[in-house]
Design a protein around this ligand. Structure first.
Ligand SMILES: [Fe+2]
Length: 399
């Protein structure tokens, strides 16, 4: 089914490419410029979007084996993600229930048991409390009722989602709206994590607008991706998640030089998988996945998180490779990663940091998304919709 959908999209894109057209939405939409810098609104975005919805906090290959764990802090919430002996991924608050001490330092590792560094209470991979130090002195306590605080977690398509709220009523599968079946086509569960980097950027929505935007490519990226590439885009939606793709499929390739475009003579069924998966696959609210060739077939998964203020964010870039690279391919992959980091930092985010200064002056009242920028319109529409939905009604948004 999902492969069929992929071929349908490729065919639709190809028809547009041949006609020199793209799918346009009905109107130019204006949104208040203050949406990008208003402190109260930003606080709501963090609380009502990032702390209520599933967030991508890692990929399966970071913790492939039983006992592998990843500890991270996401928006001030210490999270411990663990793969148990049944190959299930679990997520907990990284905090001992005794007095809240972090069980492990941030990072990736492997443990059979988690022992609190403060008083030595121990937990198994399923979060059950196994041992209380000097229990005869501490007093009587039901171990069964004192497990680690569980967070909702879902592993699909080689990606791990967590909700930063132990009492969430959101159904994670419904939230994905069938998009996970499309993401499965990447087969990321078997990919190699080559490397990760963290970049500082502008307001998370300023940054995210850029991931959904092909209109700017031949202008802002004229010195890197080139002036000759198309600025047209088709958008496809699954709930709040969107794929943006040029009518003429293309991927950036350090091996073949610059941008590699689909051979118009080749039937779509014969296109290589990365060409079929071309474009940017965004996962609402903060992730993008784009295909590249650099040391072999690769993707860059970028995960954006709001920073300390409305004007800053952090992006973790994961460079994943279809196959474990040879020494030579590692050099090529590093080169491609350097280019991508440069483009995002020096071209996209540097532009974003400057534009948000102008918006903050208050002299520009609204920003615009044209008929060719339907993806941005859709994204901001979902942001508004979620901010205006109560906790009780949130799950029904994804029915
Ligand atoms: Fe860009």
């Amino acid at each position: 089914m999902s492969k069929e959908k992929l071929l349908d999209m490729a065919l639709n894109n190809k028809r547009h490419a041949e006609a020199g057209t793209m799918e346009l939405v009905e109107n130019i939409v204006k949104i208040p410029a203050s949406n990008y810098f208003d402190q109260e609104r930003w606080n709501k975005e963090v609380d009502l979007i990032f702390k209520r919805l599933p967030l991508v906090l890692g990929v399966s290959q970071e913790i492939p084996n039983a006992g592998d764990y990843k500890a991270i802090e996401a928006l001030g919430v210490p999270v411990l993600i663990v793969r148990n002996s049944k190959n299930e991924v679990k997520a907990y608050l990284n905090a001992c229930v005794h007095r809240g001490a972090a069980l492990v330092e941030e990072g990736i590792g492997n443990k059979k048991r988690f022992s609190c560094p403060y008083h030595g209470w121990t937990y198994n991979q399923d979060g059950s409390l196994m041992g209380i130090t000097s229990q005869e002195d501490f007093g009587n306590l039901e171990k069964d009722c004192n497990s680690l605080v569980s967070l909702p977690v879902l592993e699909k398509a080689g990606i791990i989602w967590v909700i930063l709220n132990s009492e969430s009523n959101v159904n994670m599968e419904k939230f994905l709206s069938g998009y996970d079946e499309m993401l499965e086509l990447f087969d990321l569960k078997n990919w190699h994590v080559f490397s990760t980097r963290v970049l500082k950027g502008p307001n998370w929505k300023v940054a995210y607008d850029g991931y959904l935007d092909l209109y700017h490519l031949p202008i802002l990226h004229s010195e890197t991706f080139g002036k000759e590439i198309s600025n047209q885009a088709n958008y496809y939606e699954w709930g709040p998640h969107q794929r943006v793709v040029s009518p003429l499929a293309r991927i950036s390739s350090s091996e073949e030089g610059g941008v590699l475009e689909a051979d118009p003579e080749l039937p779509i069924e014969d296109w290589p998988m990365d060409m079929l998966m071309a474009g940017v696959w965004t996962i609402f609210p903060n992730v993008s996945i784009a295909s590249f060739r650099g040391g072999g077939r690769s993707i860059m998964l970028s995960q954006l998180m709001p920073g300390e203020t409305p004007e800053d964010s952090y992006t973790t870039q994961y460079y994943l490779m279809e196959k474990k690279p040879t020494k030579e391919q590692e050099v090529e992959a590093e080169k491609q990663f350097d280019l991508l980091e440069y483009v995002v930092r020096e071209e996209d985010y540097s532009t974003g940091i400057k534009l948000q200064k102008s918006l903050k002056t208050g002299m520009i009242k609204d920003v615009m998304f044209g008929k060719n920028e339907g993806g941005g319109q859709c994204f901001h529409g979902w942001v508004d919709k979620i901010l205006n939905t109560s906790d009780k009604d949130l799950p029904s948004l994804f029915d």
